[in-house]
Design a protein around this ligand. Structure first.
Ligand SMILES: Nc1ncnc2c1ncn2[C@@H]1O[C@H](COP(=O)(O)OP(=O)(O)O)[C@@H](O)[C@H]1O
Ligand SMILES: [Mg+2]
Length: 335
């Protein structure tokens, strides 16, 4: 069976000739019926890629063929196959959930009884039926997200794109959204999901593409990806207010192959992680890779004690997608 989405040399250069090359010529196939996650830090190019694949942003080069239709040349037909749930909320705050869904349903060409039925289905599916007649501005962040998701599903698309749908919402709404994604997929929908939370990619995906600086740097099932890290443990430490020289000392220990702070790097959201921000140091979530996690623990604890710092938590885990990212880039993903 041919892939349902074929991404070919998809590229976006903002404001050339200078500007940012946000997506650097991506090639990717997504198969019918899978949940594919694009996992990468803030600024990696996820939204830019999704926006081009949704026909919202014109590629500088390349194309995406969606259910047999080119998004650049047959935009309407390609768009018909996809439901897009954008990262930024696209709802009218003063309208109720039902009014929002009615409005967008009409935009998709739904009318009369079909529209009413579909709006009711979507309200049920997103768990918003009880609150359907309250203005959306009275909703929690998570409920607003669910309206956003509902809008993307109205026209019964074959494929859904969800761009970081769980950022900045409460745990219960997050759970609800992850379960909804699984339910949609169980019903046969192909899902392209973007996130910077490795746990979500781990929980949801058949396959994961790790994206960084506009490039897919690794692609495969979780097993395939974690095998790239080899026989290494991840050691997760929390040391609030950790100074940079302590990170250097940890990095220099025998048996430690990588040591980074988890965070978005410099707090401005570009996620390049080249500098550890104040904020990240304050949180002090350190990620170490080591051939034998247990063997390095005494030295790690000694470094932290000598510096007079408090070790709030410590945990050794098998390689995760986060370890894959650390292994490939030398930087830690925020989770
Ligand atoms: N409209 C734009 N104009 C210029 N640069 C942009 C624009 N949108 C995004 N960028 C830049 O492109 C890069 C990728 O951004 P984005 O696709 O939003 O990443 P992500 O969704 O992975 O966080 C970032 O460096 C961002 O600053
Ligand atoms: Mg984004």
């Amino acid at each position: 069976m041919p892939p349902i989405i074929e991404i070919r040399k998809l590229k976006k250069h903002f404001n050339p000739p200078d500007g940012v090359v946000a997506v650097k010529g991506i090639d990717l196939d997504i198969m019918e019926g899978e949940i594919f996650s694009l996992l990468g830090p803030n600024g990696a190019g996820k939204t830019t890629a999704i926006s081009m694949m949704s026909g919202l942003l014109t590629p500088t080069d390349g194309d995406a063929i969606i259910a047999g239709h080119s998004i650049t040349r047959e935009t309407m037909a390609a768009k018909q196959a996809i439901g897009v749930v954008p990262q930024e909320l696209a709802i009218y705050p003063t309208l109720t959930a039902r009014q929002n869904l009615n409005f967008f349903g009409k935009m998709y060409g739904l009318r009369g009884r079909d529209l009413k039925q579909r709006v009711d289905e979507v309200l049920d599916f997103t768990g918003l039926a009880d609150r359907a007649n309250d203005p959306v501005e009275e909703y929690s962040g998570g409920m607003k997200r669910r309206v956003n998701i509902g809008i993307g599903l109205l026209h019964r698309p074959q494929i859904v794109f969800l761009d970081e749908p769980t950022v900045a919402i409460d745990p219960q709404s997050r759970r609800n959204i992850l379960d909804a994604v699984k339910n949609l997929n169980a019903g046969g929908m192909t899902v392209l999901y973007t996130t910077h939370y490795m746990e979500e990619a781990q929980e949801l995906s058949n396959r994961v593409g790790i994206i960084d600086h506009g490039e897919i740097i690794a692609l495969g099932t979780q097993d395939e990806l974690t095998r790239m890290v080899g026989e290494q443990d991840t050691v997760r430490l929390t040391v609030p207010d950790v100074p940079p020289e302590v990170l250097d000392q940890l990095r220099a220990l025998d048996g430690v192959t990588h040591c980074q702070l988890a965070g978005d790097g410099n707090g401005n959201g570009d996620g390049n992680g080249d500098n550890d921000s104040e904020h990240d140091r304050k949180n002090g979530e350190i990620r170490l890779l080591a051939g034998d996690g247990r063997a390095v623990l005494p030295d790690v604890i000694q470094v932290i004690n000598r510096a007079g710092l408090s070790l709030r938590s410590i945990e050794i885990t098998e390689p995760t997608l986060e370890a894959v990212f650390l292994h490939l880039t030398g930087r830690a993903l925020r989770d």
